[in-house]
Design a protein. Structure first.
Length: 690
C-alpha cells in the first residue's frame, strides 16, 4: 500500500486563498491526483472545501474550525481534505455547486463543504458554512464530521445507491427540448414581463434583500428599450434601468470615497454592502453604466464611472497591466472596518462647511447604519442637497470634492483589506470590455490604452500554442482556460477593435474563436464549459443561464455573431446560430435567466449592422467618434486604417493611391454591404441620424 505523508500541502500553491490556509493544522491538499489517489487507497471520503480569498464566511469557518487543533484532528483522521479556490477551478466549483443543489434542493454558496465518495467522486452530503458549535439551525462542524464518518463506515450500500441516483441525475441534465417554440419577439417580451414582475419599483433592482446589482438584467432592459424605440414603439422600460443604476450609484454598495462597487447589498435599499469588491462585478457594471451614458449624460453615473476606473487603475492593476481578482471584505479581522466611519472622526477631519455637505448627502445626520458607525449612502439627489443647504452649485461641488479628498487620505492610513492579486483571464476580459466601453463613451483614450495593456499582458503571459490559461500569479499559470475565459476575452478583443484597430487583436480574436470551435464544441450545437482535453469530472456542464457571471454560451453567441459579420466567415455565424438553436428550450423555459443569449437573438432578429470606416489613421478618428454617439446595440463600428494588414476578406488589401487621403465607409446590414460612402453626414442619415 502506498505510504502518504501527513502534512499541509497548500504552502506550495500560488492561490492567495489556498495560501491563507497553508498554516492550518488540517492536512490540506489542493485538488490533485495525489489527493484522489490517497482517498482511494485509504478508502476515506474526500472533504472538499471550496471558497475564495475575499469571502467573509470562508474566513469565519476557517477561524472557527480549520485553525482549531481538535477539529483538524478529526478531519485528518477520517477524511482526505481538499481545498479549492473557486476562482482558479471554476469547473470544480460548478460541478459541486450543482451537486449540492441536487442533494439538498437548496442554494449553494461559499464556503461550499462537500463530502465525496473516494472512488466515484460523487458527493453524498454537503452544505455551505457550518459553525463550530450548533447554531443557526446548523449542526456543529465537529459533530457533523463524526456523523459523516460513521455513515460512510456503516451505511456504504445506502450511500452507493444514493450516489448512483445523483450520478444519473447529473447525466440527465441538459438543455430541455423546446416543447413549443414561441415567436422570437414573444420570447423577448416574456423575458421583460418576468423582469418587470421582479422589479422593485421603490428602490430599484430586481428582487429583495440581499440585493445584487444584476448588470445583465439591466443590460436586457436597456437593449429592449433601444430596440423598441428603433421600431417606433412607446416603451417605459428605460426607467427601470435608470432608476436601478441611480440607486446603486447612490447606495452604500458603491464606495463613495475610493470608487468601485461591492458585491451585493444586504438590504433592499442598497445601503449596507457585503464589502468585498470583485473585478467581474466592476467590469460588468462599467459596461452597463457606459451604455446608460450613451443613452444620455448623467453626472451621477459619470462620477461613479470615473471614480471606479480610477480605483481599478490605482488599486487593482498589476505592474504588467492586468487586473487583480478581488479585495477582501475584511480588514483587522472585521468585515467592513476599512469602509465605515465614526461621526466624530469625520467632524474632526473636515471644515464645518465640508461636514455639513457630507453629513447631509451621506446620512451622518441620521442614525448610524452599521454597527454604531456609518457606511456612506446618498439619501437624496445631489441637486436636492445643494438646494436644501442654499449653496451655489460650484461652491457645493468644491466642498464635496475637498471633503472626499480628506476622507480618502485619512482612510488610506487604515489597514487595507487583503488583495487577491491573481490574474483571472475571464474576469480581465470583462474589465477590458468595461474600460473600453467607458473610454469610448467618455472620450478617455487613456482608459482604452489601459485596456490594451491588460490584453497584451494576457496574451504574453496566459496564452501559448496550447491556448489560454485561466489564471496567473507571480509568474505561475494555473489550469488551462475554460469557456468563460475564451468567450469573455473574444468579446473584449472585439470591443477594443471597435475602439482602435490593431492587426494583432484581429488575429487574436480569430485564433481564440477557432480554438473554441476545435476544443469546446459539443455535437448538440452548444459549447462545454471544459475543453475536450481538460481533466474530466463527474459532470461536464454546458451553461446557458446567466448567474453573477454571464454564461459562456450566451457571450460566445454574441461574440461569434459580431466576429462573423466583421470577418465575413460563415463558420462563426453558423456557430452562433447553432448555439441559439440548441439553447432554445432553456430560453423558452426561463427567459429571464438568459439575458446573454437573448441579446444575441435580439441583435440577429434586428439585422446586425457593421460600419467599416477606412482612411488614414489620423483622419478616421473623428468619423469613429461621431458614429459612436448614442446607444445602438444592433450596430458595431470599426475604423480600419489603410495601413492595416489583418483585414476582413471582403475588403480590398490594396487601396488606390488616389483614394489614400480620403475616408470612406461601408454600411453592412446582415450579409450585404453598401457602396463606399465618403460623406459623414450622408452616412449618418442612412443610419437614422446615429
Amino acid at each position: 500500500m502506498t505510504s502518504f505523508e501527513d502534512r499541509n500541502r497548500l504552502g506550495e500553491a500560488s492561490s492567495p486563498y489556498l495560501l491563507q490556509h497553508a498554516d492550518n493544522p488540517v492536512h490540506w491538499y489542493p485538488w490533485c491526483d495525489e489527493a484522489l489517489a490517497r482517498a482511494r487507497a485509504e478508502n476515506k471520503p474526500i472533504l472538499l472545501s471550496i471558497g475564495y480569498s475575499a469571502c467573509h464566511w470562508c474566513h469565519v469557518m476557517a477561524h472557527e474550525s480549520f485553525e482549531d487543533d481538535d477539529t483538524a484532528a478529526l478531519m485528518n483522521t477520517h477524511f482526505v481534505n481538499v481545498k479549492v479556490d473557486r476562482e482558479e477551478r471554476p469547473d470544480i466549483d460548478k460541478v459541486y455547486q450543482l451537486s449540492h443543489h441536487l442533494l439538498t434542493q437548496g442554494n449553494g454558496g461559499w464556503p461550499l463543504t462537500m463530502f465525496i465518495d473516494p472512488h466515484t467522486h460523487v458527493p453524498f452530503y454537503g452544505g455551505t458554512y457550518f459553525p463550530r458549535v450548533s447554531r443557526y439551525g446548523l449542526p456543529g462542524f465537529k459533530d457533523l464530521l463524526l456523523r459523516i464518518a460513521a455513515v460512510y463506515r456503516d451505511k456504504r450500500d445506502e450511500l452507493a445507491s444514493q450516489g448512483e441516483k445523483l450520478a444519473a441525475a447529473l447525466d440527465a441534465l441538459g438543455v430541455p427540448p423546446a416543447k413549443e417554440v414561441s415567436d422570437d419577439r414573444a420570447l423577448l417580451a416574456r423575458a421583460m414581463e418576468q423582469l418587470t414582475a421582479q422589479y422593485d419599483d421603490r428602490d430599484g433592482g430586481f428582487g429583495s434583500a440581499p440585493k445584487f446589482p444584476m448588470p445583465l438584467a439591466i443590460d436586457r432592459v436597456l437593449r429592449h428599450w433601444a430596440h423598441a424605440k428603433r421600431r417606433g414603439e412607446r416603451d417605459g422600460s428605460l426607467d427601470m434601468a435608470m432608476i436601478t443604476l441611480t440607486q446603486i450609484a447612490r447606495g452604500g454598495i458603491y464606495d463613495h470615497v475610493g470608487g468601485g462597487f461591492c458585491r451585493y447589498a444586504t438590504d433592499r435599499r442598497w445601503m449596507i454592502p457585503h464589502f468585498e469588491k470583485m473585478l467581474y462585478d466592476n467590469g460588468l457594471l462599467l459596461s452597463v453604466y457606459a451604455d446608460a451614458l450613451a443613452v444620455g449624460p448623467d453626472p451621477l453615473f459619470e462620477g461613479a464611472v470615473r471614480e471606479t476606473v480610477a480605483w481599478l487603475l490605482r488599486e487593482m492593476r498589476g505592474s504588467g497591466g492586468a487586473f487583480a481578482a478581488a479585495l477582501d471584505a475584511d480588514s483587522e479581522g472585521e468585515e467592513g472596518r476599512f469602509y465605515a466611519w465614526r461621526r466624530d472622526e469625520v467632524k474632526k477631519l473636515l471644515t464645518e462647511d465640508e461636514y455639513l455637505v457630507v453629513a447631509t448627502l451621506y446620512g451622518l445626520d441620521k442614525p448610524a447604519n452599521f454597527e454604531a458607525k456609518w457606511v456612506l449612502h446618498r439619501h437624496d439627489a445631489w441637486h436636492s442637497v445643494v438646494e436644501r443647504l442654499s449653496l451655489e452649485r460650484e461652491t457645493a461641488d468644491a466642498l464635496l470634492a475637498s471633503a472626499k479628498q480628506k476622507l480618502f487620505a485619512k482612510r488610506s492610513e487604515r489597514e487595507r483589506p487583503g488583495l487577491d492579486d491573481k490574474v483571472i483571464t475571464s474576469w480581465n476580459g470583462l474589465a477590458i470590455r468595461g474600460l473600453t466601453r467607458t473610454g469610448v463613451v467618455l472620450h478617455e483614450r487613456d482608459w482604452i490604452d489601459a485596456a490594451s495593456r491588460a490584453l497584451d499582458f494576457i496574451t504574453a503571459n496566459l496564452f501559448d500554442d496550447g491556448g489560454l490559461y485561466a489564471t496567473w500569479r507571480a509568474g505561475r499559470v494555473g489550469a488551462r482556460g475554460f469557456l468563460d475565459d475564451y468567450a469573455n476575452l473574444i468579446e473584449a478583443t472585439l470591443a477594443l477593435l471597435a475602439a482602435r484597430w490593431r492587426d494583432a487583436d484581429m488575429v487574436l480574436a480569430m485564433r481564440l474563436a477557432d480554438d473554441v470551435l476545435a476544443r469546446f464544441r459539443a455535437e448538440n450545437g452548444g459549447f462545454y464549459f471544459c475543453a475536450n482535453d481538460q481533466q474530466p469530472l463527474i459532470h461536464r456542464p454546458q451553461p446557458t443561464i446567466d448567474e453573477v457571471m454571464p454564461s459562456g454560451n450566451g457571450t460566445l453567441a454574441r461574440a461569434f455573431d459580431w466576429l462573423g459579420h466583421l470577418t465575413g466567415e460563415p463558420r462563426y455565424l453558423d456557430a452562433a446560430s447553432e448555439i441559439l438553436g440548441w439553447a432554445r428550450g432553456a430560453m423558452e423555459q426561463y427567459p429571464v435567466g438568459h439575458s446573454g443569449l437573448l441579446a444575441a437573438l435580439e441583435t440577429r432578429l434586428a439585422d446586425p449592422e457593421i460600419v467599416i470606416v477606412r482612411g488614414p489613421p489620423d483622419a478616421i478618428g473623428p468619423w469613429l467618434d461621431t458614429l459612436n454617439q448614442g446607444y445602438a446595440p444592433w450596430r458595431r463600428t470599426f475604423a480600419i486604417p489603410y495601413d492595416a494588414r489583418a483585414l476582413p476578406k471582403y475588403l480590398p488589401k490594396l487601396v488606390p493611391a488616389a483614394q489614400r487621403d480620403k475616408v470612406v465607409a461601408y454600411r453592412c446590414v446582415g450579409l450585404s454591404c453598401s457602396l463606399p460612402v465618403d460623406d459623414l453626414d450622408a452616412l449618418m442619415r442612412s443610419l437614422g441620424g446615429r
